[in-house]
Design a protein around this ligand. Structure first.
Ligand code: ZN
Ligand code: ZN
Length: 343
């Protein structure tokens, strides 16, 4: 089978590999019917993910059909259409039992697929701990509707959940890339009083204006004043930082009102400064970290009920044999791309 593979820093290539087989009885083999490219794949390509193992098949966003399942896999069976979770987790350790699956202490736990073990930009993938890693796709939900459930939508859902948003809140979301838009969709489910999206790209602001006309839009330069004009509380009640650009961490806490929650979803290339003297008296609560991807059955239900729809984000489609071109378009943000589907 063909597998898009991390060869060395700066180089991925489509190579021929053997079809994976079950290793543990908790594994499942999934025939990949659709996958996507994430900016984390680009981080691997650029050599900025030290844990990534050369030779592995990349890709951690995928849906497919269960081909084979170990004897201990009970939640899905061969023939089931499934989403694959970006995180591998045991479901039994202290962190898993408390919903912090990103911190699972199992040796296989965390982001393994497409990083430390073979991932999904290929034809078949072995999913360890499949009882936790796979969720059955409801019959009425298409592959495209479910494609982002395991990673980028999980991140948006988690970000909105930990931000403790109420209907009285003004929510500022910084960044309208794929994760920012998924965060927006999940914030919208909570019906806050006002949502403001700050995004520097004109193209992406246009995308938001077209698809979500009720959302207020601003730019990084105007953001602080814009937020102050739209609230009498001295800033936003909730700020979700999903951009990860040079100045967006500072922008996030500066735009927050006293006693606000600032949720940092972004991954930065550089350390950020927390200037405590400047923010003394603002009494902010910061929440940071990586997604706990344990709400996939709930997001699938919301998709089935028509309350959550990420299909507008899938702007481009390529067959696996043209994945090189898909990466070129995605990496260089060409042609208004948000997400690509590899079919
Ligand atoms: Zn990802
Ligand atoms: Zn665990």
């Amino acid at each position: 089978m063909l597998a898009y593979t991390y060869i060395e820093k700066g180089r991925f290539a489509l190579v021929e590999k053997l079809k994976p087989v079950l290793v543990e009885q908790t594994d499942a083999i999934v025939r990949v019917t659709m996958s996507s490219i994430c900016s984390s794949d680009l981080h691997i390509k650029h050599g900025s993910v030290p844990r990534a193992v050369p030779g592995i098949t990349v890709g951690h966003e995928m849906v497919g059909v269960v081909e084979e399942a170990g004897t201990e896999v009970t939640n899905v069976k061969p023939g089931d259409r499934v989403t694959v979770n970006v995180e591998t987790f045991c479901g039994e350790c202290f962190f898993c039992r408390n919903g912090y699956v990103n911190n699972c202490t199992d040796p296989n736990g965390g982001w393994a697929l497409g990083c430390r073990i073979d991932g999904g930009q290929t034809e078949y993938v072995r999913v360890p701990l499949a009882n936790q890693g796979l969720n059955r796709i409801p019959d009425g939900v298409t592959d495209e509707q479910a494609l982002l459930v395991g990673d980028v939508l999980a991140t948006g859902f988690w970000a909105a959940r930990i931000s403790e948003i109420t209907e009285d809140d003004t929510v500022l979301i910084i960044g309208a890339g794929p994760t920012g838009i998924c965060t927006l969709l999940c914030v919208m489910l909570r019906n806050p009083h006002l949502i403001i999206v700050c995004e520097k790209s004109e193209e992406r602001r246009r995308f938001i204006r077209e698809h979500y006309p009720d959302i207020l839009l601003t730019t990084p330069e105007e953001c602080k004043d814009f937020v102050l004009q739209h609230t009498d509380r001295g800033g936003a009640d909730r700020v979700l930082e999903v951009a990860g650009a040079d100045d967006t961490f500072r922008l996030a806490w500066e735009c927050a009102r006293p006693n606000a929650i600032v949720t940092v979803v972004a991954l930065y290339d550089q350390p950020q400064i927390l200037p405590l003297p400047d923010m003394y008296g603002k009494n902010l609560t910061f929440k940071t970290g990586g997604v706990d991807g344990c709400d996939c059955s709930e997001t699938l239900r919301l998709i089935e009920e028509g309350k959550l729809d990420t299909t507008p984000l899938i702007t481009h489609r390529f067959p696996l044999c043209e994945i090189e071109e898909a990466y070129r378009v995605f990496e260089n943000k060409l042609d208004g791309v948000i997400k690509v589907a590899i079919v």
